[in-house]
Design a protein around this ligand. Structure first.
Ligand code: SF4
Length: 484
């Protein structure tokens, strides 16, 4: 059966097309014209409700089915909402349900049980070949202000060790000897030590163990030793930056001393490599913050000689439902990635930047609205390359906002967001409070502090100190206006 790509072209002969997952839950709007319905939030709750509700209307016409399903908490039927705009290429004016029977806000669903997911199929054909994956924790309590993995999925939940994790692991290891522990920050599981002890028993000696990224200050020598025993050679930590000031802006509660200790522990436990993740173009970032990152990596080399260091660096991309959703992508980020590349490669640190241009496309989808549907269709038609996005934008000029509006512009907290009708569970006031705290950190005597940190860490000349607001970066000016 040929299923039309657009909802508006489907009839009662076609199946209902539905989707879910973090991308669609955060901001379903760029895909609104393609999905009959979208499940917002955790599948544990939604799938059962959806199937039971669908059974009640399976013989009804399509419109009755969709109207019925739209009443179920967490089920979003995009075609039942009307969006108006200031102008065809302007901001969103309003998002309204078509009539009073349709909920004005759709509430993301949050599962609160302590049994989390595990693989149901293990195969060499999977993206992660033959690995049995177990979800150890869901969400992250740290709330770094850019982080979708935290804000969109709060509260932090940990799988029960006895009732969920150990039985799942024992089941999975009957069919494979590769185990992946999943979660935004697996070592934050309150019983992670006990889990490590369980995996450290002789019957698991041949198990190859992989962890997703771990919180830096939880990298102990014991963790490194268990990983080495189970065939892992490296560990990944997300440090974001080497600048304490920048980490305060983003609410990453981490110091360079803790990063150094993690490297020392990794080496002492026998690991041969440490992968660090960071970002460029973070709101409030100054070029000097990047110098501090270089200095931090250089000092790590000294503190843990022989440990192979890789620095993966992405561009800051705003994500819906986070306090940084209003910030645009910094046009300086590309230049900054190049500057990091130059400085780090010359020091023998393996630098792996993510593509700036694809980060721009990521931001487009992250903050996009329904007007992107023809663009996505065209870009797909032209081959889904960067060039096809450029070509599609050119062709649709005047029919949708400029790329700059979606990607680079700082948005006002007053404006209607494409996802304003999706309720994540966190209040707008709470996100704005975080935004205000970030702005306060940006304002706190930035340059003198940076200058002295750099002076002591890399013995460079102090940088000039701008005194007037006019000399501050654009993001700071915008936020001064917004928050004061
Ligand atoms: S520690 Fe990592 S996963 Fe947790 S909020 Fe910060 S960036 Fe997100």
């Amino acid at each position: 059966m040929q299923i039309p790509i657009r909802v508006s072209d489907r009839t009662s002969h076609h199946p209902l097309i539905f989707g879910g997952g973090p991308v669609l839950t955060a901001n379903p709007e760029p895909f609104a014209d393609f999905f009959d319905l979208i499940l917002l939030g955790d599948g544990e709750l939604l799938l059962g409700e959806f199937i039971e509700s669908y059974k009640a209307v399976r013989r009804a016409d399509r419109s009755t089915q969709l109207r019925h399903l739209a009443q179920i908490p967490g089920i979003y039927v995009p075609s039942l909402y009307e969006i108006t705009y200031d102008r065809p290429d302007g901001a969103i004016q309003s998002i309204q349900p078509l009539d009073a029977a349709i909920p004005a806000q759709v509430q993301k669903q949050t599962y609160r049980g302590n049994t989390l997911s595990a693989s149901t199929v293990v195969t060499e054909k999977a993206a992660w070949e033959n690995i049995y994956m177990v979800e150890v924790v869901r969400s992250c309590p740290e709330m770094c202000r850019f982080c979708l993995a935290s804000y969109l999925t709060l509260p932090f939940r940990a799988a029960s060790l006895e009732a969920s994790l150990i039985p799942a692991i024992d089941r999975g290891l009957q069919v494979t000897h590769r185990l992946g522990l999943l979660g935004a920050s697996v070592t934050q599981h309150p019983e992670f030590e006990a889990l490590l002890d369980h995996l450290d028993r002789p019957q698991y000696d041949d198990v190859r163990l992989s962890l997703s990224s771990v919180r830096t200050n939880t990298v102990t020598e014991k963790l490194a030793r268990v990983l080495v025993k189970h065939d892992s050679r490296s560990i990944t930590i997300a440090v974001e930056s080497g600048s304490d000031r920048l980490r305060r802006i983003i609410n990453k509660k981490l110091s360079n001393e803790e990063i150094t200790q993690a490297a020392i522990n990794a080496k002492a436990g026998g690991l041969s490599a440490l992968k660090l993740y960071g970002m460029a173009g973070v709101p409030g970032e100054e070029p000097e913050d990047l110098d501090l990152t270089v200095a931090m990596l250089r000092s790590l080399k000294k503190a843990a000689p022989g440990l192979r260091l890789t620095y993966g660096c992405s561009t800051f991309v705003p994500k819906a439902h986070t306090p940084f959703q209003w910030f645009g992508v910094s046009p300086d980020a590309e230049k900054r990635l190049k500057s990091l590349q130059k400085q780090l490669r010359s020091q023998g640190i393996d630098f792996r930047p993510e593509s700036y241009n694809w980060s721009v496309i990521q931001a487009l989808i992250s903050r996009g609205d329904r007007r992107l549907a023809p663009l996505l269709e065209l870009a797909r038609h032209y081959g889904d390359t960067l060039g096809s996005f450029r070509r599609a934008f050119k062709e649709l000029q005047g029919q949708l906002p400029e790329l700059n509006y979606y990607v680079h512009a700082n948005w006002s907290p007053e404006q209607v967001l494409p996802w304003s009708h999706i309720h994540s569970g966190l209040s707008q006031a709470m996100l704005i409070n975080h935004l205000a705290s970030a702005t306060a950190e940006m304002k706190a005597n930035i340059q003198p502090e940076i200058a002295s940190e750099i002076a002591s860490e890399i013995a460079s000349e102090p940088v000039p100190v701008p005194q007037a607001i006019g000399q501050l970066p654009d993001s700071q000016k915008l936020l001064r206006t917004v928050v004061e």
